[in-house]
Structures are given as structure tokens and as C-alpha cells.
Write a protein that binds this ligand. Structure first.
Ligand code: G3I
Length: 397
């Protein structure tokens, strides 16, 4: 960055932070940042702190704390399942907007931004679509048309309400897939070829000129070998670069951030370096589905603190690594956790052999865990000159 620009940015940052820090002292009491929500603390940096929302939990009268925290602690929300194709169009030609509309209303009532999730993914597709393709009653041309109509219908319905759309999700294979050379995987690549990715972004843009359009994937927190044949981050980076060169309206890359304490994972500087490479392409970035799961060994299950404590500490450290890296890049616009309480997390249902859990910020009784405190501390202690207010990103035409 040129010196003059750096100075100007830093001056704005200092002024903003000074103003925000001066503001909240009310009724003669000193400002206590630890009493603020994560969402409020994120605003000091222009960063949105979000959560995925489980609509069943939100509607459960016996679980009021879930609603309270979902409403008060976060400044952005993502529907965990309600905007997926199988939920929206369970029967061909007949959309059930009810749960997704209720989610959008919840966000509006609580003044929260929305990450729309998800327009094109190979999972949670309606049965009529996958079986129609399997039995040949839906042709390739018809499938492309169905996808175009789906994107147009969903994006148009929520036009102007969605801040960031996950347009395409998890299109790239992993090194453990077959073949192990990274490639475009899954239902859509198989039946339409990889060209569906550019199409999807163009159709989404046509239906909403204002939403930021994201590609979203997991295992792209840091670069590896640099060889796109086995480095998924490199593969996604090359894809994004190519899409931009072709004039595709891609605005951002979302890194999901599903980590586990049994893995080596990354340090803050590695993750920050990856975010900066994506943003150097002119893209926004975001952490979109952060959670850090642990093995529920017998010791953990019987309450052995020698087994539990290292897991809680490692979990906190990993939440913090991703958040600090995000804070360090002005183009990282949001940090979203994939559920906030161990009471409602996809992890135990998904990883049961061996069992895993403990993946979120609050325990099953909604007590904040070490990870919550660490995330809060990161938001409190960050500031200029290394952490600056977020950059403005305008949707690409
Ligand atoms: O809706 C049915 C319900 O009627 C039935 O009684 C119940 C019984 O199991 O299942 C319910 O559906 C489940 C659905 O979540 C809603 O709870 C599905 O079985 C279950 O497979 C589904 O899991 C979701 C998963 O995506 C599916 O792929 C998780 O909740 C959701 O957190 C997870 O989210 C994904 C992101 O979208 C993309 N990135 C990875 C992330 C984690 O897998």
C-alpha cells in the first residue's frame, strides 16, 4: 500500500475506533467491553460476527435461551438448512417459502445481515431432481434450465435482503477422493460440466444486482504445496482467478472453517496470508461456517478434565486463529460460526464413529466456553495499525 493511502486509512481507523470507544460509557459507568455482544464488538472493526441458525431450535418454546442468544449475540445470520433446494422445493414446481421467510423475518427484526446459503450444492437436493436425472426423465438441457429457474426464483424472492449469497458450494474434490488429483466433483459437474459455475454466478447477478456473490468451500484455510493437483486452496484460487478473467460476477470466496482439534491445523499468519492472496485478486473473503470439533473419547464422556481441558483449549486457539487472520485483512467481511451451542450442532449427528462434538462457542447449557472468551478478547484487543476497518466491496457487474 502506498504511504499516503496507508496514512489516510490509519487516520480513519484511529478516528473510528476513538469515536466508538468513547461512545458507550453510559449512566456514569465506565465502558466494559466484556459486557458487549460479539456482534457489537465486531462492529468496532466493521466486521460482522454471524451464526448459522437452526430454525427448529429457534421455534422451540422450551428453548428460549437459543432465541435470545441468536438474536442478541450476532450481527449476521445464515439459515443452516432452510434455503437449501430440498427445503425450498420439496415437490417439483411448488415452493415452500415458509421457513426461509420466517428466517428472513427473524433477521430483519433483529437488525442482522443475512448470508444466503446456498444456491448450488450437490447435497440436500430434492429427491424428484436427483431421481429424475438418474432415471433419464430429466435431460441435460432441462437440468440446466431447472437450475437457472431455481437460482432466479430464490434470488429474486429475497432480492435486496441478502448481503452475501453462497452461490456455489463445495464444487472441488479433496485429495482423499477418487481420483486423488483435484477436480470438479459432484452432481452438477457430473451432469452439466464445470461451466455451471460461471452460469450460476451470472444468473444470480441477473436476479439481484446488490448481493455479494460468493464461492464457498472447506479445507481452504491455508495454501499447501501450491500445486493445484493436490492443494485445494490453490485449485480454488486458480478457479477464482479464471472466473474473474472471464468477467464472471464473483465477489468473494468463503472459507468454511470446519476444524478439528485432532488435526494440526494452521497458525494465524498462514491463514492471514491465504486471505490476503484471495483479496489481492480484488475479492472479499469471509469465514462462513466456523466450528472446531473434538473426539469424544471415553475419558471426555466420563468427565475426565485431563482429557477435556486440552480439547477446550485447542478449540479456543483454533477459533482465535481464524478470527485474528480475518481481522488482519480488511477484505474479510464476516466471521460466521456454524451453530453457537453444543446443544444444537451438526457435528455429533455427522461424526459418530468415533464420536465427535464440543465444536461450538457455548456448551449444551449455554455457558460460554473458553473459545467464546477468546473470540471476545480478540475482538476487544484488536485495533490499528494492524487491524483496520473493513474495506467496502461493491458487487461486480
Ligand atoms: O429435516 C429432516 C427431519 O424431517 C428428520 O426428522 C431428521 C431425522 O434425521 O432429519 C432432518 O434432516 C436433516 C437436516 O440436517 C435438518 O436437521 C438431515 O438428516 C441432515 O443430513 C441435515 O444435515 C445438515 C447437513 O448440512 C447436510 O448436508 C446439517 O444440519 C447442516 O449443518 C450441514 O451444513 C453444511 C453446510 O450446508 C455446507 N458445508 C458443510 C456443512 C456441514 O455439513
Amino acid at each position: 500500500m502506498k504511504l499516503r493511502r496507508w496514512t489516510a486509512v490509519a487516520a480513519v481507523a484511529v478516528a473510528t475506533v476513538a469515536a466508538l470507544n468513547a461512545l458507550p460509557a453510559t449512566a456514569g459507568r465506565p465502558y466494559d467491553p466484556t459486557a458487549q455482544s460479539l456482534g457489537t464488538l465486531g462492529q468496532r472493526h466493521g466486521l460482522h460476527i454471524g451464526t448459522a441458525v437452526d430454525m427448529d431450535a429457534l421455534a422451540d418454546p422450551a428453548d428460549p435461551r437459543y432465541r435470545e442468544l441468536a438474536a442478541s449475540e450476532f450481527s449476521s445470520v445464515t439459515a443452516e438448512n432452510e434455503m437449501k433446494w430440498e427445503s425450498l422445493e420439496p415437490t417439483r414446481g411448488s415452493y415452500d417459502w415458509g421457513p426461509a421467510d420466517a428466517f428472513v423475518d427473524f433477521a430483519r427484526r433483529n437488525d442482522q445481515r443475512i448470508r444466503g446459503h446456498v444456491l448450488v450444492w450437490h447435497n440436500q437436493l430434492p429427491g424428484w431432481l436427483t431421481s429424475g436425472v438418474a432415471d433419464g426423465s430429466i435431460s441435460r438441457e432441462e437440468l440446466r434450465e431447472l437450475l437457472r429457474n431455481h437460482i432466479t426464483a430464490v434470488v429474486s424472492r429475497y432480492r435486496g435482503r441478502i448481503w452475501q449469497w453462497d452461490v456455489v458450494n463445495e464444487a472441488v474434490s479433496d485429495p482423499w477422493d477418487t481420483p486423488s488429483t483435484l477436480h470438479y466433483k459432484g452432481f452438477w459437474a457430473q451432469h452439466l460440466g464445470p461451466g455451471y459455475i460461471a452460469d450460476a454466478f451470472r444468473w444470480a447477478r441477473a436476479a439481484d444486482p446488490k448481493a455479494l456473490l460468493f464461492y464457498n468451500d472447506y479445507n481452504i484455510e491455508a495454501f499447501g504445496s501450491g500445486d493445484p493437483a493436490d492443494d485445494k486452496t490453490q485449485f480454488v484460487y486458480d478457479m477464482a482467478k479464471r472466473l474473474l478473467a472471464e468477467g464472471v460476477p464473483l465477489d468473494g470466496v468463503g472459507s468454511q472453517g470446519h476444524l478439528g482439534t485432532q488435526y494440526g491445523n494452521f497458525d494465524t499468519l498462514q491463514v492471514a496470508a491465504a486471505l490476503k492472496r484471495f483479496s489481492a485478486l480484488g475479492l472479499a473473503t469471509a469465514f462462513t461456517e466456523v466450528d472446531v470439533r473434538s473426539r469424544l473419547t471415553e475419558g471426555v464422556q466420563t468427565g475426565d478434565s485431563e482429557e477435556i481441558n486440552p480439547r477446550l483449549q485447542a478449540s479456543a486457539a483454533n477459533f482465535s486463529v481464524l478470527l485474528k487472520a480475518c481481522l488482519a485483512d480488511r477484505h474479510c467481511l464476516s466471521y460466521t460460526v456454524w451453530g453457537f451451542s453444543d446443544r444444537h450442532s451438526w457435528v455429533p449427528g455427522w461424526f459418530d464413529d468415533p464420536p465427535e462434538g464440543l465444536a461450538t462457542l457455548y456448551d449444551e447449557r449455554y455457558q460460554p466456553k473458553r473459545a467464546y472468551q477468546e473470540v471476545k478478547a480478540d475482538l476487544i484487543f484488536a485495533g490499528p495499525p494492524y487491524v483496520l476497518p473493513r474495506a467496502t466491496h461493491r458487487p461486480r457487474r
